[in-house]
Design a binder for this molecule. Structure first.
Ligand code: NA7
Length: 541
């Protein structure tokens, strides 16, 4: 197939320009390109940004850092790559992750097949020729047999429709679309809207710089300490020596990290033992807090014990009891992604930080010199929107994707995303999504999940080529069954109990559907079976 590429251009040409077009040059798109090259296929990556790194290219806000440990949040497909790269901290800061992405791009000479500064406006399947034609916002058309969407789960920034934003005189930023130049908050009055993970990471850093920081909180979130530290060379070397074991262990846990769940109910142990376990996880730091017991996301009573432990830490940390109460979530812990912080709660003891509770009445409007909330005016020089993303489907739906019969993906997903394995969509042949809705994706360590998807997709393309087949498409039956299964599993847990971005409810009008698949190991097993059975559930025609 490789030779068929590059002969002709877009639209009505006889041969597609490429075997595969990939949208997005984050960790998914980069590895996809590499795997396709290994197969001898021609591929091009189209990327909106001017560099690689995807979410780590855009999320440059102060304090941005991965909440999965650096020795785990990296590729594992090459042992040389694993061995040669040196992470400097337990949790990598955004600039270092971006350096790593650039290192990978250089090491494998990826840039020659990446077209930067190119936003894809549409992707249309031409049934008569069996090719995808992608059109960029600049009007360029490119065609390929396959199209892989490596568009990321958290890539479509959400700036809510605040009345009067256009009248604001100062600069405003969204954490997920941060300027490349340093933003200096010294001597400024700053408003941060939102208290999700991005806000929780950036607030302590902004508070240190700003003259005054106003945090507008609609819903408090649970945060556990990161306990970030520099990574001592001997610790790093020891992990490197045992990388194979670490990676094997990750494959057996619920979320693809090194922390197995403690297979005991929180309700089957004494209060003392429970406290001891929560304290140990709290002291270790990070997301492993949710592995303390096996029923934290299954039983409200069990969950309450984990929630109350965090609330008591908040009361201990925040001097003003009223503020502590406002900062204490009442919802299910882990229902929204747990946040991992450094000095977040402590920051509210600073005299230059004001917490504004907008839970009962929203930010009313933005004026030329600030915000009005609960009838009070807050004069600020800069506004930071830490208001999240149109997650999982947003970056796909903003491209006009059309499959068989001209049907749009947006229309097909009108009542929530429907996929087979989070990888393919019935009616959209030869279109694949990396960590799409319906796959474990955001509930796992993203890097191994990305690798697993890329390898599955490249194997499937290879299989089709070897069997001289030109289309690979999820069957409607397999898709229906999978969607039912995803929903069934979610319905057995506490996940549907809160308004999280997993459910899409942070975006007005988005259907309330739990999007990720619950079960990392079961999922991998299912993918292995599907492949072993000649790509069961796909029509390879
Ligand atoms: P999140 O977790 O979606 O947080 C967004 C925050 O913004 C959250 O506190 C929202 O409150 C708040 N928000 C959104 N719209 C408004 C309006 N209109 N008014 C006031 N407050 C608002 O996004 P993040 O970027 O922090 O984190 C996303 C993921 O990135 C995270 O889970 C990690 O995986 C990394 P709400 O809770 O909706 O009341």
């Amino acid at each position: 197939m490789g030779e068929a590429g590059r002969r002709s251009n877009g639209g009505g040409a006889a041969h597609p320009d490429f075997d595969v077009l990939i949208v997005g040059a984050g960790f998914g798109g980069m590895y996809m390109l590499l795997k396709l090259r290994e197969l001898g296929l021609s591929a091009r990556v189209l990327e909106t940004g001017s560099g690689v790194g995807g979410t780590w290219y855009w999320n440059r806000y102060p304090g941005a850092r991965c909440d999965v440990e650096s020795m785990e949040y990296c590729y594992q497909f090459s042992d040389e790559l694993q061995q040669e790269w040196n992470w400097s901290e337990r949790y990598s800061p955004q600039p270092e992750i971006l350096d790593y992405a650039n290192h990978v791009a250089d090491r494998y000479d990826l840039r020659r097949d990446i077209q930067f500064d190119t936003r894809v406006a549409s992707a249309v399947f031409h049934e008569d020729r069996g090719v995808w034609v992608l059109e960029t916002e600049g009007g360029e058309q490119l065609s390929a047999t396959y199209c892989v969407m490596a568009t990321g789960c958290l890539s479509s920034a959400n700036v809510p429709d605040f009345k009067g934003l256009e009248t604001f005189r100062g600069p405003w930023y969204h954490t997920g679309n941060w300027p490349h130049e340093e933003v200096d908050f010294s001597g400024q009055r700053v408003a941060v809207i939102g208290t999700g993970s991005s806000a929780i990471q950036s607030i302590p850093v902004i508070a240190e710089q700003a003259e005054h920081l106003y945090v507008f909180q609609r819903t408090p979130n649970y945060a556990v300490p990161a306990r970030n530290t520099p990574l001592a060379p001997e610790v790093r070397d020891r992990i490197k020596e045992n990388y194979a074991e670490l990676r094997a262990l990750e494959k057996t846990t619920r979320n693809g990290t090194q922390y197995p769940i403690n297979d005991v109910s929180a309700l089957d142990v004494s209060a003392q033992e429970r406290e001891r376990r929560f304290q140990a996880m709290w002291d270790n730091g990070g997301l492993c807090y949710m592995t303390s017991f096996n029923d934290l996301l299954l039983s409200r009573e069990a969950n309450d014990t984990a929630a109350e432990f965090i609330r008591s830490r908040i009361r201990e940390t925040v001097d003003d009891p009223e503020k502590a109460e406002l900062l204490s979530p009442k919802s299910v812990v882990g229902c929204k992604r747990l946040c991992v912080d450094t000095d977040y709660y402590k920051t509210y003891n600073r005299s230059n930080v004001t917490l504004v509770d907008v839970s009962q009445s929203p930010v009313e409007k933005i004026t030329a010199d600030g915000l009005i909330a609960k009838g009070d005016a807050y004069q600020v020089d800069t506004i930071v929107f830490a208001t999240g993303f149109d997650a999982m489907t947003g970056s796909l739906n903003r491209i006009d994707i059309r499959g068989r019969g001209g049907r749009t993906l947006k229309d097909k997903w009108g009542e929530g995303p429907r996929t087979y394995l989070g990888i393919a969509v019935a009616g959209f042949p030869n279109l694949f999504t990396i960590t799409g809705p319906g796959s474990p994706s955001v509930l796992t360590n993203m890097l191994p999940s990305i690798e697993q998807h890329v390898e599955f997709i490249s194997d499937m393309i290879d299989y089709a080529g070897e069997h001289d087949r030109r289309t690979v498409e999820a069957t409607a039956e397999a898709e229906d069954e999978w969607v039912g299964h995803v929903n069934l599993l979610a319905g057995k847990t506490l996940y549907p109990s809160c308004n999280s971005w997993y459910l899409g409810v942070n975006i007005p009008g988005k259907p309330r559907v739990f999007m990720p698949y619950l079960g990392y190991q079961a999922y991998q097993e299912k993918c292995r079976e599907v492949a072993a059975n000649g790509y069961e559930g796909f029509q390879v025609g």
